[in-house]
Design a protein around this ligand. Structure first.
Ligand SMILES: Nc1ncnc2c1ncn2[C@@H]1O[C@H](COP(=O)(O)OP(=O)(O)OP(=O)(O)O)[C@@H](O)[C@H]1O
Ligand SMILES: [Mg+2]
Length: 269
């Protein structure tokens, strides 16, 4: 009887519709349209997924385990073949461009796991980040050490001997060596103590203030939305909700369906 009103989309659901995405994504730094991608033939993990990042923004991607958050980042970074749809950077089509090409175009990526070389020192890890432009090493090392003083102070220490939080700094530092304009971060605060988690979010804000736009997947959904300009809630491989971080945090549906569930599911891990 009251079907029309129950069918009414909330602002965050409306913003996630393909039509509204197409309108809002105009002129974006990074945009993904109608992405379909997956690992196994015939099984799509992303289905009609839309996303955009404007120059200067921090955008958070949250959602339940297995929603396809890491898959979306990997697809943006050319690590997974795109079956349908497109990705563009500053209006240039970069769909399925190889990772090393994307790095030279100013895209940096920090994977969710295994993101440092444990047998190499901090300094060597950072060298690996800039092997395409070795002459710039000193200048970039100085920049990165200013953001993460520990990396300069302990540069001769092997990454394998560091704590989780310190390793995360090495991984972020390595991605920053190539002077990216866009940084893709996959769960940078995962597995860290609360103090280090907060440190990661503060660093992200600082990195962003140096002019780097950031796409951040996070399990710490509330904290992520607090620092993000905008956020996406990904569910079953598509963007279900998108709005400012503050609006998503206060959206009753997002709270009921995702923020509560997220907190619970991750605490059990
Ligand atoms: N290498 C792979 N081969 C096959 N399937 C995969 C692979 N990696 C992920 N998947 C599947 O793709 C789906 C989405 O995984 P993805 O890692 O993108 O989720 P996520 O949202 O990042 O989850 P989490 O919060 O646990 O990190 C899951 O069903 C997962 O099992
Ligand atoms: Mg993931």
């Amino acid at each position: 009887m009251s079907e029309p009103s129950t069918q009414k989309l909330t602002p965050a659901e409306f913003a996630a519709t393909p039509e509204e995405h197409a309108r809002l994504a105009e002129g974006a730094l990074v945009r993904a349209d109608n992405l379909v991608a997956g690992y196994i033939p015939g099984v799509n993990i992303l289905s009609d997924c839309n996303f955009f990042l404007r120059d200067g923004e921090i955008v958070g991607i949250i959602g339940p385990n297995g929603a396809g958050k890491s898959t979306l980042l990997k697809t943006l970074f050319g690590l997974i073949p795109v079956r349908e749809g497109s990705v563009s950077l500053r209006g240039d089509n970069i769909t399925s461009a190889e990772a090393h090409v994307l790095v030279t175009k100013g895209v940096g990526y920090v994977p969710q796991t295994q993101n440092v070389f444990p047998s190499l020192t901090i300094e060597e890890n950072l060298e690996m980040g800039i092997y395409l432009r070795p002459k710039k090493f000193s200048e970039r090392f100085e920049f990165v050490s200013e953001l993460f003083p520990l990396l300069g102070e302990r540069k001769k220490v092997k990454a394998g001997a560091l704590s989780g939080g310190e390793r995360q700094m090495v991984a972020m530092g390595r991605a920053l060596m190539m002077e990216p304009s866009v940084l893709l971060l996959d769960e940078p605060s995962a597995g860290l103590s609360p103090m280090f988690q907060d440190e990661v979010f503060i660093r992200c804000k600082k990195i962003n203030a140096t002019g780097v736009s950031i796409i951040m997947v996070e399990q710490n959904a509330r904290r992520c939305l607090q620092i993000c300009d905008r956020g996406y809630v990904l569910d079953q491989g598509r963007n279900a909700y998108t709005d400012t971080g503050t609006n998503l945090m206060n959206d009753p549906k997002v709270i009921e369906l995702y923020l509560g569930t997220l907190a619970g599911s991750k605490e059990k891990k």
